[in-house]
Design a protein around this ligand. Structure first.
Ligand code: COA
Length: 506
């Protein structure tokens, strides 16, 4: 028999009033060793306050003794009935990223179900069930072990190896971070210089690809050209299946790939625009050389550093869709080019890397700060997604957007105040119209503003993302290849019951 919510809820629930202070609520949570309190008003559920809300309040320097629960809780949360099956509770919790749901009977609060309760149940399910249902979109499902890095969405924190990515972006060069990913450690001064000169020397296109590129560039946008060009590169350089190559050989291929991708992208852009291709320069670092090849001009140190910081911040980011794609392809033993081509395809979608130009298009459409609220409100009410907001993993500020906001403040320009105003308005409108979804700016919002300010054309935003991210993808390909197991999940068939008689051929 299916377990129902009544069987596993925590009852009686711990409650408080919306006029209580955060300190009172926090003490109640600590005393009961639980992660939430239900906020009640005359026995009825008025809201829910979770540890996450306390963290948000702490981050905003709110005074816990004076700040009222009502200001920080999620008002009118979804509730469960005690007779509902646990699968419904699970679906509700995971679909909305909730960790706790109040249980209500005849309008009165009688308990709370937490993700922890459900996890406990999951552990006692019979081992004979050979298939495990996971949330749609694989949200929160661990599919591998990695030493490359991780994203802690609730904390708004991500890291490469053992270092905070934001610290690396503030303190080191892109080549140093590349060294960290490829070799597992940050270089000292001598290693830094020798790695930088090694990769700078590999920026030129091999002759076969150089000859083909004008024809490829005439056919499509630079990111599409990159897909084809990486295939050609792998073929020209004779890359064999990862299954058959040594780690040293794969490392060498990855180095060649990452060094040459910016050259492919900048050349494809210039060819398509009818401009002369600008050869790579060995005396410039990664980002400065990229900007130089793209614009034909030597970038200012400020612009080069801003793009370098953007590229460091986006070099890797956990098991996002494109990285996962690269690892799935590698898990079949296919070659490096195949894995990267797949990753580029995944990145091109607007729900992943294809958003920054759309965020900037939205700023254009809004025009002036006073029109922001009406614009955003109408878009959300029409069921549209506001580009540059929301994230699968971050349910708080995206740390990348925080640093990029600082970068744009440093750079200055006409979009600084306007974009910040639109951010504030959008966050407020989304909090009102999509309560409890925790939607904040993601990396793409300010990325577009930074790239635009540094002179990168809009249709080169996603390609610029790819120029740096190729380093992260390649790191994952090497890791997957070194501990490989074929990634092969299952799907639940929900079509008409088989086998049906096959109709005779017409
Ligand atoms: C990034 C993104 C795909 C993550 O989505 P997700 O984890 O699958 O989140 P969901 O689709 O489950 O959305 C949860 C709820 O928030 C809403 N939501 C999420 N992002 C939103 C946005 N940008 N604008 C308006 N509503 C949004 C959804 O409509 C949904 O509401 P519902 O519960 O009423 O159905 C999503 O936030 C999005 O589409 N953002 C805009 C595109 C973007 O900026 N992409 C760049 C990503 S780095």
């Amino acid at each position: 028999m299916e377990t129902i919510v009544r069987d596993l809820m925590t009852s009686p629930p711990v409650t408080c009033a919306s006029s209580d202070s955060l300190a009172v609520a926090a003490r109640a949570m600590a005393a009961a060793e639980i992660g939430s309190v239900v906020v009640t008003d005359r026995g009825k559920v008025a809201g829910i306050l979770t540890e996450r809300d306390l963290l948000r309040a702490a981050a905003a320097a709110a005074d816990p003794d004076h700040e009222q629960v009502g200001l920080w809780m999620t008002a009118h949360p979804d509730v469960l009935s005690p007779d509902e099956e646990v699968d419904a509770a699970w679906a509700s919790l995971t679909a909305h990223h909730y960790r706790h749901l109040p249980v209500v009977e005849d309008g009165h609060l009688i308990g709370v179900v937490s993700l922890r309760d459900l996890m406990g149940l999951a552990r006692i399910r019979p081992a004979a069930e050979s298939r495990t249902d996971v949330p749609a979109g694989l949200e929160g499902v661990v599919v591998a072990e990695t030493t490359v890095g991780d994203v802690r969405g609730q904390e708004g924190f991500f890291h490469y190896r053992q270092y905070a990515a934001v610290d690396l972006a503030q303190q080191r060069s892109l080549e140093d971070v590349w060294h960290l990913l490829f070799k597992g450690e940050l270089p000292d001064a001598a290693a830094s210089a020798s790695f930088a000169s090694e990769v700078r020397a590999r920026r030129h296109l091999p002759p076969g690809l150089a000859a083909l590129l004008p024809a490829l560039a005439a056919q499509g946008a630079p990111l599409d050209v990159l897909r084809s060009a990486v295939s050609v590169l792998g073929a020209e350089l004779g890359w064999r299946p990862t299954h058959d190559v040594s780690p040293a050989e794969l490392y060498d291929q990855a180095l060649a790939l990452c060094a040459v991708v910016p050259t492919i992208l900048a050349s494809a852009y210039r060819l398509r625009e009818g401009l002369e291709v600008v050869a790579p320069r060995v005396d410039l670092d990664f980002a400065a050389n990229y900007l130089h090849m793209l614009t034909g001009e030597l970038p200012s140190a400020e612009h080069a550093r801003a793009i370098e910081q953007y590229m460091i911040l986006t070099i890797d980011h956990g098991f996002n869709a494109s990285t996962f794609t690269a690892r799935v392809i590698t898990s079949t033993g296919a070659d490096l080019a195949a894995a990267i081509v797949g990753a580029i395809g995944a990145l091109s979608g607007p729900l992943h890397g294809g958003a920054p130009s759309r965020a900037l298009d939205m700023l254009d459409a809004i025009g002036t700060a006073d029109r922001a609220e009406a614009f955003i409100r109408r878009a959300v009410e029409d069921g549209e997604r506001i580009m540059g907001f929301g994230h699968r993993v971050y349910k708080t500020d995206d740390p990348r957007s925080l640093l990029l906001r600082q970068v744009i403040e440093r750079l200055g320009g006409p979009l600084v105040a306007f974009s910040q105003e639109v951010e504030r308005t959008t966050v407020d409108v989304l909090a009102e119209l999509k309560p409890g979804r925790q939607l904040y700016t993601n990396v793409e919002f300010y990325a577009g503003v930074v790239m635009h300010t540094c002179g990168i054309p809009r249709h080169m935003f996603t390609p610029t993302f790819a120029a740096g991210r190729t380093i992260g993808w390649s790191t994952h390909v090497m890791e997957q290849a070194s501990h490989n197991r074929l990634i092969r999940p299952a799907a639940r068939y929900v079509g008409p019951p088989p086998p049906q008689p096959v109709p005779a051929a017409p």
